[in-house]
Design a binder for this molecule. Structure first.
Ligand code: MF3
Ligand code: CO
Length: 269
């Protein structure tokens, strides 16, 4: 956690740059939908990764998680108690009742898109569905606060408050972030905080808002692969992420779940 941020390191985007970010995020939204098409019991997370990498490259874009600080894959595929940064593997076979959080970044025309979605595998329990719904609501409540003149803490608070009043906890070790020419730019955007705290939001700031919500305790453990973050108590966790541009009156959501919605249809929450 950094307590001081250098506001000169926050790059405000021009309208043209925002359109480039929208293009990267659109490809990403379609990529997640391609993944959604094949998620079912019996499929490995390595297969999801292959589908995603091919689709991104076929669209003239670069899967920018691959090679990022040595990360070995296109997707992060985090199953059940895994929170974020699960590494796709031939050994991880999805089964009925699982959830899988699929998170990835796409680079095109010099700008990164970043988005994540937690998918149910087949039928999941009602408790799990509640966790998924609540986490997605946290994301949209955070986005509602991403408007000119509000403060960063207003986004953080909205997310934390909705998670905790639902009986859940938010992760402290991983945060949302500014995004643009770099995947991770200033400012850091914790999923917990106080209203009225933090920097004032300006039009043209672009942030990836990404609540990571735990059904049990918030403590996490990093597995021996150096990446996979899972809940210490092995209770399931969910993660939804969209990149948004701060604007007057209403945030401009640059990523999209629309293509996922087309695939999931009545199963879309
Ligand atoms: N998409 C992730 C995020 O939300 C980044 C994944 S880390 C990587 O910030 F190493 F996998 F790229
Ligand atoms: Co992110």
């Amino acid at each position: 956690m950094r307590w001081h941020i250098d506001v000169s390191m926050i790059f405000l985007k021009t309208d043209e740059e925002i359109e480039l970010l929208r293009e990267s995020n659109r490809i990403l939204g379609k990529t997640l939908a391609e993944v959604a098409k094949v998620i079912k019991p019996g499929v490995t997370t390595a297969y999801l990764d292959k589908i995603a990498e091919e689709f991104i490259r076929d669209n003239g874009a670069i899967p920018s998680c691959k090679g990022y600080e040595g990360y070995p894959a296109t997707l992060c595929t985090s199953v059940n108690e895994q929170v974020v940064h699960g590494i796709p593997s031939e050994k991880v076979v999805l089964k009925e009742g699982d959830i899988v959080s699929v998170d990835t970044c796409v680079l095109k025309n010099g700008f990164h898109g970043d988005s994540a979605y937690t998918f149910p595998v087949g039928e999941v329990s009602e408790d799990i569905m509640k966790l998924l719904r609540r986490t997605k609501e946290c994301l949209y409540l955070g986005i509602e606060q991403a408007v000119t003149g509000k403060r960063l803490g207003d986004i953080s608070y909205a997310i934390q408050n909705h998670a905790e009043t639902g009986g859940y906890q938010v992760v402290r070790e991983f945060v949302g972030h500014g995004i643009g020419r770099q995947m991770h730019e200033e400012p850091e955007l914790p999923n917990y905080g106080r209203r009225g705290n933090g920097i004032v939001l300006k039009s043209g700031m672009v942030v990836a808002i990404e609540p990571m919500v735990m059904s049990g305790r918030r403590n996490i453990i990093i597995e021996n692969d150096g990446w996979t973050a899972r809940s210490a108590d092995r209770k399931p966790a969910a993660h939804y992420e969209l990149s948004v541009a701060v604007q007057n009156g209403k945030a401009d959501i640059l990523s999209t779940f629309d293509f996922i919605k087309e695939v999931l249809q009545e199963r879309f929450i």
